[in-house]
Design a protein around this ligand. Structure first.
Ligand code: NI
Length: 188
């Protein structure tokens, strides 16, 4: 794949992440219609490199200014999200989420588009997600807990929703280094 090697040699692949307040983060994203294209491969490569550089648990295409229904999440545990190691690295296109019960769990979240903050967000505990990978192969999983939380957070970005918009109690929103001083050394 000479194109991708050329990009890796010639240019930084780490993209700027849009921050809350940018109207592009509030727009719904369009479905991907063409799979296996160089443009889609390049988008995935930029998402991967940007998520790795920022030590994120997930990243959605609109966060780098691309209004397409593409998210990535999981992989190696990070300092920011030690639980992320439980979630396999996944590239998900055109996702559809279906809760499998009414059970909701509150948990702390952060977002690379809301740097320096954490908040407690209610999420469905069990859900099914369906979509496909960047080559158009169907992907369908039933997941729980942190895996389900990450998918809901990332897919919300595709609907123009940031996690503070899901919070029920703004008393549980604050600066990460104040809320979790012991983790501050590893923070952004
Ligand atoms: Ni986010």
């Amino acid at each position: 794949m000479p194109t991708r090697r050329g990009r890796a040699r010639g240019r930084a692949l780490i993209r700027d992440i849009l921050r809350m307040g940018d109207p592009r983060l509030l727009q719904p994203s369009a479905r991907v219609e063409a799979f296996g294209t160089p443009a889609l491969e390049a988008l995935l490569e930029d998402l991967r490199d940007t998520m790795a550089a920022r030590d994120g648990a997930g990243l959605a295409a609109p966060q780098i200014g691309v209004a397409l229904q593409v998210v990535i999440f999981g992989g190696a545990p990070s300092a920011r999200y030690p639980d992320a190691g439980e979630v396999p690295y996944t590239e998900l296109v055109n996702p559809v989420l279906t809760p499998l019960s009414d059970e909701v769990e509150e948990g702390w979240e952060g977002c690379l588009s809301v740097p320096g903050f954490r908040g407690v967000v209610p999420r469905y505990l069990h859900l099914r997600y369906e979509g496909c990978d960047p080559r158009g192969q169907p992907l369908r999983r039933e997941v729980s807990g942190f895996h389900a939380r990450v998918v809901q957070h990332e897919c919300d970005h595709l609907a123009g929703i940031l996690y503070p918009m899901r919070m029920r109690d703004m008393a549980r929103f604050g600066f990460t280094d104040i809320l979790f001083p012991e983790a501050a050394a590893a923070e952004d």
